[in-house]
Design a protein around this ligand. Structure first.
Ligand SMILES: Nc1ncnc2c1ncn2[C@@H]1O[C@H](COP(=O)(O)OP(=O)(O)OP(=O)(O)O)[C@@H](O)[C@H]1O
Length: 223
């Protein structure tokens, strides 16, 4: 079954064409790495798939439903309830503790505080963060913060986890540890993953790599 799909998507920023007829289809439970040169349109494609940007033309489908034609409110609810996100710089909320950060997607979806924190806590042992739940993001290393961000991305069991350069700010060993945890956790809960990366070693963790060039998805590599 297809989880998420872009069909012939085009999007320009003013005069700059970022996507020029990009198509990609990601199966349910599949982990796909989006590779390609700087400026080729990888992040724009990810943002279109995730309902953050609306294409000028083409279609985005999630679980068989067209989502690019939804209202901003509906797309925002879809992102909150069905999608998870991990970015290059964890983007944890500095005022919250690590476990509050992980619980955040659940709290925003209306889960009560106690229940949300109870669901967040097991992620600390799972991701090698035992004892760090009460720390704030300023008191975590880059790798620890990125594992907290990963837990936050997965805690609500999203249909799709979108990860934009999730290891881009980490040294290679720490990056590989985060990738191993990302892949293991996503597989355990059957989460589909769309991952943008420059790094071939990171992409090698995916089931499949797609290459974006000049705003098109023009090559498929099975790893
Ligand atoms: N908000 C924006 N406003 C104007 N132009 C943009 C914007 N975002 C992206 N672009 C342009 O669109 C094109 C594609 O950008 P995008 O960020 O998708 O590429 P990318 O492949 O993710 O690049 P990188 O690997 O460097 O992050 C580039 O030419 C970029 O300059």
């Amino acid at each position: 079954m297809t989880a998420i799909e872009a069909r012939d998507v085009a999007l320009s920023f003013g005069e700059t064409p970022a996507l020029r007829g990009a198509s990609v289809s990601v199966a349910s439970g599949e982990i796909v790495a989006v590779m390609g040169p700087s400026g080729s349109g990888k992040s724009t494609l990810l943002h279109c798939l995730a309902g953050i940007l609306v294409p000028d033309s083409g279609e985005i489908h999630f679980e068989g439903r067209r989502i690019d034609t939804l209202s901003e409110t509906e797309r925002s609810a879809l992102r909150r309830d069905r999608f998870g996100f991990v970015f290059q710089f964890g983007q944890l909320v500095p005022e919250l503790t690590a476990e509050e950060n992980v619980a955040l997607p659940l709290l925003l979806s209306g889960v009560k505080r106690g229940a949300a924190l109870a669901q967040a806590r097991p992620w600390f042992d799972r991701l090698g963060l035992t004892g760090l739940g009460r720390r704030r993001s300023g008191e975590l290393s880059g790798g620890q913060a990125q594992r907290v961000a990963l837990a936050r991305g997965l805690v609500a069991r999203p249909g799709v986890l979108f990860a934009d350069e999730p290891t881009g700010a980490l040294d290679s060993l720490t990056g590989e540890q985060v990738m191993e945890l990302l892949v293991t956790s996503a597989r355990e809960q059957g989460t589909t993953v769309v991952l943008v990366t420059h790094d071939a070693r990171v992409a090698a963790y995916a089931d499949r790599q797609v290459i974006v060039r000049d705003g098109k998805v023009n090559a498929l590599v099975h790893s």
